[in-house]
Structure formats: structure tokens, C-alpha cells
Ligand binder design. Structure first.
Ligand SMILES: NC(=O)c1ccc[n+]([C@@H]2O[C@H](COP(=O)([O-])OP(=O)(O)OC[C@H]3O[C@@H](n4cnc5c(N)ncnc54)[C@H](O)[C@@H]3O)[C@@H](O)[C@H]2O)c1
Length: 415
């Protein structure tokens, strides 16, 4: 198949990026060696829809080492790195993506990646699965199974499963311990601030940061905001998460109360219109708005556009909106995931674990073809444990093992 990419001549720069992450993904390197020997995907086609940058690119080469023919497509047009895409194509991987693709181009790329007729898929946010089920129903029977990367995608899959709409099995990679405890918390925690800091080049210490959503990602973003010296306010809709934020030392209030106080606002809820017109009516002058949730729907761009009297780009990835009374607010990366659209995403060492889960879970889906129903499955516990254990090995960290006496003690109930 023909790749659809910006410029293949960008490949040397992209190859350097691939080499850099490979050097920092020891677990994936081990899996790659195993795949090279066993060729678990020999003769199969895999379409991977992820943020198209170096770490995901390296995952694609690992699947290729396992015998698969691979096609990559972007899960978000603003996180695509054209040089990495070019390097992948030079490495024999098909790709349909370029940076800043329009909506129309983005959908053309997704369709092209499905014209490849994959047997197995990896999705991030559910766009590939959704397109398969809504517009390419006949093709769903060709799909043996797949893996989903993120919280938002799993929510969509579960609602498809509930209404009996899902036509092939999907593994919920996000819900593995080895994923969300590290990727969502420490990965998002670090990379969101990396994206905001490199985009704004403004100080965080002494400022007030409002974080909407105290889930796994929100906890990481809050933890790192505190480390940078900010006062942190959390907004939540779940009373337990709100209590957790309080016990972690943060203030909790409604968005309406927080709006006039915050210097930075970061939404990471997976929900829609978390910052909207009633908040814009009272928001602090010069507030910076960033989103880290999967879709660009958490900060209402519709409301921003409707209430603003003017809008201009003031810096790469920063749009200034002037409100009727002269207050200004700044939207980062068009409200798309700030760590990917205005940064390089999570650190390679973190994605090492996540992509190890992806590679092993897809192998599991393939090997269990015919045994899995059209449902959303958790990552098997053995794979979750194995990934954590292998990661410890790469860090040369040893842990204790249960003695026979301890096993017996834990399994017993008599005092
Ligand atoms: N930026 C990244 O790199 C990255 C990484 C992983 C996940 N994600 C995405 O981030 C989002 C959150 O993921 P998560 O794993 O933290 O999910 P989560 O389910 O653990 O947490 C989401 C939290 O948001 C809260 N929430 C929902 N609606 C809210 C509202 N209106 N106001 C305030 N709080 C609200 C929920 O109660 C929950 O505590 C998802 O869209 C996920 O796909 C992004």
C-alpha cells in the first residue's frame, strides 16, 4: 500500500529520535528480541493508531520484528512528528499521517489505514474502532482483536459492549496496573508540565494551578505542580476523589469558585465542557488554559470563540482570547492534549512499560483467537505482573519472594 506522509526526506532526523527512545526502552528491547526469534505475528497485518511520535514508532518496529506487516496512523493530528513518520516508512512500515492534518485529512488517513485490512489493531481513544463499526461494518469480521490504550477509549468500548455493538474482542491495556499507575500518573504528571513549561516559558512557583479531575492523570499533574512550588486547587465531581485530594494536601472547590483564582487551568477528566462560559465570565485575567484529557472537548472552544471579542496567536501553540471586559485568556495547543500537542509525550522509560503491555496483550489476543468473545477484556494478570517484574529486572532491582510458610499463612484462615 502507498503511504501518505509529508516528506520522506525528513527520515534521518526521525531515525535519530527512534534510536534515542530505543536506548531508553530496555523492556521493549527484550520483547523485541523474543519476537525476532518467535515471529508471533508472522503473516499478519497490524494497524496501530497512536500518537505518532518516536516511542509509538518504536513499538511499530517491534511488532514488525515479530513478523507483522504494520500500518501506522495518528490518533491526533497535532502530535504527529513528520520526521518520525518518514523514518518509519524508510524502515518498511506503512504510514498515513502528517502533522496538523485537517479533520477531513485525519479521517482520510484513518480510512486508508483500514484499507490496509488489518487482522489486529491497536487503538488510542477509540477512533479506529468507532470508524470500523460505524462505516465499515463488513470489515469488523476480519479483525481478530485489538488493544485500547487510554481511559477515554475504554469508556467508549464498554458502552459498545453494553449495547451489544462490539464486533471483536478488545483488551483494555489502560486498566492494567502496570499502565495507569505509571503512565497515567507519573507519565502525564511529568509530560504535562514539560509541555506547558516549554510552550509558555513562565514560572509556576508561587502561582495557583487549578486541576480539573483527580483521577490517575490528575493526581500526577497535581503532584508535579506541588513540586514546582504551585498552590494547587482540585475540582472534582466524585466525592471520594475529592476527599483523596484534600487528604493529599490540596484545596478542593467548584470550577466556578476556582475560576477567579487560577493562573494555570489543566483539565484532565475525559469529560466535556469542564471549563465553559459561566467560568469564562469570572476567570482570572491572563489565565492559561491547557487540556490533558484525550479529546479537545474539555475546554469549550465554542464558548471561548463565542464570548471573545478577538483572538490571535501570540506564541507557537498559544492563542490569546480577549474577553469583552478586556480580560485575556490563553489557550494552549488548541485545547488538545498539551503534553503531546505541545511536547513529546511521556518519557520513554514510562512508555517502555505501557508498550510492553501493548505488545504482549496483542500477542495474547492473537493466540486466543476464537476463545475470546466480542467483549472488553482486562490485561491478563500474568502479563501485568510479568511487565512489572521484567521492568524491575532491567533496573537491576530484586524483590523478596514468598516463602512456603508465608504462602501457607496467607492462604489460611485459622488463628
Ligand atoms: N495526556 C495524556 O498523555 C494522557 C494519558 C493517559 C490518559 N489520558 C486521558 O486523560 C483523561 C483522564 O484519564 P484518567 O486515567 O485520569 O481517568 P480517571 O477516570 O482516572 O479520572 C478522571 C477523573 O475526572 C473526574 N471528572 C469527571 N468529570 C469531571 C468534571 N466535570 N469536573 C471535574 N472532575 C471530573 C472523575 O471523577 C475522575 O476522578 C482521559 O481522557 C484519558 O484518556 C491522557
Amino acid at each position: 500500500m502507498e503511504s501518505m506522509i509529508r516528506d520522506v526526506n525528513l527520515a534521518p532526523g526521525g531515525q535519530l529520535k527512534l534510536d534515542w527512545v530505543q536506548a531508553h526502552m530496555p523492556l521493549l528491547n527484550l520483547i523485541r528480541s523474543g519476537f525476532e526469534r518467535e515471529k508471533p505475528f508472522q503473516g499478519k497485518k497490524v494497524t496501530i493508531c497512536l500518537h505518532l511520535e518516536a516511542k509509538t514508532g518504536y513499538l511499530a518496529t517491534v511488532m514488525q520484528a515479530g513478523g507483522a506487516e504494520v500500518c501506522m496512523v495518528a490518533s491526533n493530528p497535532l502530535s504527529t512528528q513528520d520526521d518520525v513518520v518518514a523514518a518509519l516508512v524508510k524502515n518498511g512500515i506503512h504510514a498515513c499521517a502528517w502533522y496538523n492534518a485537517s479533520d477531513e485529512e485525519y479521517h482520510m488517513h484513518l480510512n486508508q489505514a483500514l484499507d490496509f485490512h488489518p487482522d489486529l489493531i491497536i487503538d488510542d481513544g477509540g477512533d479506529l474502532v468507532s470508524l470500523l463499526h460505524s462505516h465499515r461494518g463488513d470489515q469488523t469480521k476480519e479483525i481478530i482483536g485489538g488493544c485500547e490504550e487510554t481511559t477515554t477509549g475504554i469508556l467508549r468500548l464498554r458502552s459498545m459492549e453494553k449495547s451489544d455493538a462490539l464486533r471483536f474482542p478488545m483488551i483494555a491495556v489502560n486498566d492494567a496496573y502496570s499502565k495507569y499507575l505509571f503512565d497515567n500518573r507519573y507519565g502525564t504528571g511529568q509530560s504535562v508540565w514539560n509541555g506547558i513549561n516549554r510552550t509558555t516559558n513562565l514560572v509556576v512557583a508561587g502561582k495557583t494551578v487549578v486541576i480539573a479531575g483527580y483521577g490517575w492523570c490528575g493526581k500526577g499533574v497535581a503532584m508535579r505542580a506541588k513540586g514546582l512550588g504551585a498552590r494547587v486547587i482540585v475540582t472534582e465531581i466524585d466525592p471520594i476523589k475529592a476527599m483523596e485530594a484534600i487528604m493529599d494536601g490540596f484545596s478542593v472547590m467548584t470550577m466556578e469558585e476556582a475560576a477567579p483564582l487560577g493562573d494555570f487551568f489543566i483539565t484532565v477528566t475525559g469529560n466535556v465542557n469542564v471549563i465553559r462560559k459561566e467560568h469564562l465570565a469570572v476567570i482570572k485575567d491572563q489565565a492559561l488554559l491547557a487540556n490533558a484529557g484525550h479529546f479537545d472537548v474539555e475546554i469549550s472552544k465554542g464558548d471561548l470563540g463565542a464570548v471573545a471579542v478577538s483572538k490571535r496567536t501570540v506564541r507557537n501553540n498559544i492563542e490569546e482570547y480577549v474577553l469583552p471586559d478586556g480580560r485575556k485568556v490563553y489557550l494552549l495547543a488548541e485545547g488538545r492534549l498539551v503534553n503531546l500537542a505541545a511536547g513529546d509525550g511521556h518519557p520513554a522509560e514510562i512508555m517502555d512499560m505501557t508498550f510492553a503491555l501493548q505488545a504482549l496483550s496483542l500477542k495474547y489476543a492473537y493466540e486466543n483467537q476464537g476463545r475470546l468473545e466480542n467483549k472488553v477484556y482486562p490485561v491478563p494478570e500474568e502479563i501485568d505482573q510479568k511487565v512489572a517484574r521484567m521492568k524491575l529486572d532491567t533496573l537491576d532491582v530484586k524483590i523478596d519472594r514468598l516463602t512456603e510458610e508465608q504462602k501457607e499463612y496467607l492462604a489460611g484462615w485459622r488463628s
